[in-house]
Write a protein that binds this ligand. Structure first.
Ligand SMILES: [Zn+2]
Length: 268
């Protein structure tokens, strides 16, 4: 059984046209991060899951736009809020193994606030997970975006494509094997799928990696491997959009996927 990479807490951007959907996804991932149940997380039954669901878990902290003194919602998330978050993130968790900060409408951070967030996102304190909910990731500074993994909220559940999910898990398994020949075998076995299935697979595989990056699922992969693989899959999606042949895509995956050479994290 692969060990849990507890330390992997890659900041994650959750994007959706519907802010409520992005927030719901963030809450689910936050619950997964603090869940103490066995098996896939969140289990939904343990004390931590129930507290997270009730929005009373002390280690799940939400940053959102504040009201001004007239009770009106401010237009932006301010730099002071982000500075507060930076200071608070250095304090150890109260009861969970990690702390989670959900930034609601992170695209409403003003540039000053985003710059303040930059250092934090680049080198998050150990066992702190940042989830940035956005309706439009383009509103974020490129420097902020480049430090985060990105995931479309609701995409995996909305698609519910079993074939794509099976392919995605197969790809992650081949990556995790650490053996290039294992990956080559997997690519050769699946290069016959059609363009639609390949695109669904690529989106699903990025979600599968995001799940592992934020600690929702166990993995033997390193954060760097997962980020490289996610970037490669994004490139594949771009190629597929301009009708690049599926064989070419799987050839690219076979050659460019970051397999092997990854360091195993030491047991904490
Ligand atoms: Zn749980």
């Amino acid at each position: 059984m692969p060990q849990v990479n507890r330390g992997i807490t890659q900041p994650l951007i959750l994007s959706s046209g519907d802010p409520a959907e992005a927030l719901a996804e963030a809450r689910r991932l936050a619950a997964a991060a603090v869940c103490t149940g066995a098996g896939d997380k969140p289990c939904g039954r343990c004390r931590a899951c129930r507290k997270a669901a009730g929005d009373i878990h002390p280690d799940v902290i939400t940053i959102r736009r504040q009201s001004d003194d007239k009770g009106r919602l401010r237009r932006e998330i301010t730099v002071d809020q982000i500075r507060w978050m930076a200071a608070d993130a250095c304090v150890l968790p109260n009861e969970a193994a990690r702390k989670v900060y959900i930034i609601e409408e992170a695209d409403k951070m003003n540039p000053q606030a985003q710059n303040a967030a930059l250092k934090l996102l680049e080198e998050p304190p150990a066992d702190v997970l940042f989830l940035l909910c956005v309706t439009n990731a383009e509103q974020l500074l490129p420097t902020v975006r480049s430090r985060c993994a990105e995931r479309r909220a609701g995409s995996a559940s909305a698609v519910a494509d079993e074939e794509a999910e099976a392919l995605a898990e197969g790809y992650v398994r081949a990556l995790s094997s650490g053996k290039r020949e294992e990956l080559l075998r997997w690519c050769a076995a699946n290069e016959g799928v059609d363009g639609r299935a390949a695109a669904a697979f690529a989106a699903c595989a990025r979600d599968a990696l995001a799940d592992r990056l934020c600690g929702r699922k166990e993995t033997a992969l390193t954060a760097r491997q997962m980020l490289e693989a996610a970037a490669l899959l994004e490139r594949c999606e771009d190629y597929l959009r301009v009708n690049t042949g599926v064989k070419h895509i799987f050839g690219l995956l076979a050659v460019d996927s970051p397999v092997g050479g990854g360091k195993q994290r030491k047991e904490p």
